[in-house]
Design a protein around this ligand. Structure first.
Ligand SMILES: O=P(O)(O)OC[C@H]1O[C@H](O[C@H]2O[C@H](CO)[C@@H](O)[C@H](O)[C@H]2O)[C@H](O)[C@@H](O)[C@@H]1O
Length: 259
């Protein structure tokens, strides 16, 4: 579905607090579980978030996952042992890690090196931030938004020259190996602990739209974190804090019996 064909999220509500007893929860990371920060490394992972993840993993055994644009290595560095409590998909779905299959990753394209070099030089020359990723390279202009047109043009040229996937993000562009969060959700939900469950996917960015669509097609729902916009999500929560409150509330609310 094209973004323009998606419904404006003008009248969408917060997701119900009584989640189905067979729910599985898929979370994006930046802008969903953690607030956005000035640079990728400046993100704060609070003890409260780690405790919440522990509680969710206990309450929904095998039915919690993180699906991120970050690489799995980056998620591991930020979440430590907690990243191993769930299934994870990283690099916008190009790599996964599950208890059954372990770490499965696409190959890093050789052409990424040249593209990454070009991004690094552009970042160094203009006071932007280059982000090294396992299966991609990111160029961040949050600190100098006027560079957006030039950064996007550079990324478009490099994507064509090197046969890489161009990913737009919030105040960033990325060149990467193919993969999408919808396919990742479909793969993760095939795990024995999740099969047949009702997926809820929580995310804030354009890369999360594939996850929203997959969740809805599988009988669940997407939950947009952030301001209203055209989206495939069924529900919306205002921000990371609202998601935190919603999680706390569902942990206190009896689940809806569906079985
Ligand atoms: O799919 P996600 O887990 O949401 O990851 C998407 C990208 O998030 C990161 O960039 C974003 O967050 C940064 C830290 O808050 C912020 O500085 C940047 O402007 C945002 O675009 C991450 O650095 C990327 O690698 C992810 O692809």
């Amino acid at each position: 579905m094209m973004l323009a064909e998606r419904q404006p999220a003008t009248d969408v509500l917060a997701p119900p607090l009584a989640v189905p007893d067979a729910v599985s929860l898929f979370f994006d990371f930046d802008g969903t579980l953690v607030d956005l920060a000035a640079t990728p490394d400046a993100v704060v992972v609070s003890q409260m978030l780690l405790d919440t993840l522990d509680t969710l993993a206990e309450r929904f055994p095998g039915r919690v996952a993180i699906i991120s644009g970050r690489s799995i290595a980056q998620l591991d560095a930020m979440l430590g042992r907690h990243a191993h409590l769930f299934a994870v998909a990283g690099s916008h779905g190009a790599e996964t890690r599950t208890p059954d299959d372990g770490h499965v990753a696409a190959e890093r394209p050789a052409s990424l090196e040249a593209a990454a070099d070009a991004f690094r030089h552009f970042a160094d020359a203009n006071g932007l931030v280059y982000e090294a990723k396992s299966l991609g390279a990111g160029l961040h202009y949050r600190m100098a938004p006027d560079f957006e047109p030039a950064a996007v043009r550079l990324a478009e040229d490099l994507a064509v020259t090197h046969g890489l996937t161009l990913q737009r993000g919030k105040m960033m562009v990325e060149l990467r190996t193919p993969g999408d969060k919808g396919a990742a959700l479909r793969k993760l939900i095939d795990a024995p602990a999740m099969v047949g469950s009702v997926p809820y996917f929580f995310g804030d960015d354009v890369t999360d739209e594939d996850g929203f669509e997959a969740a809805r097609h599988l009988g669940g729902a997407g939950v947009l974190i952030g301001e209203q916009r055209p989206t495939a999500a069924t529900y919306r929560l205002n921000d990371v804090a609202a998601l935190r409150d919603w999680i706390a509330a569902i942990l206190e609310t009896p689940m809806l019996e569906t079985r």
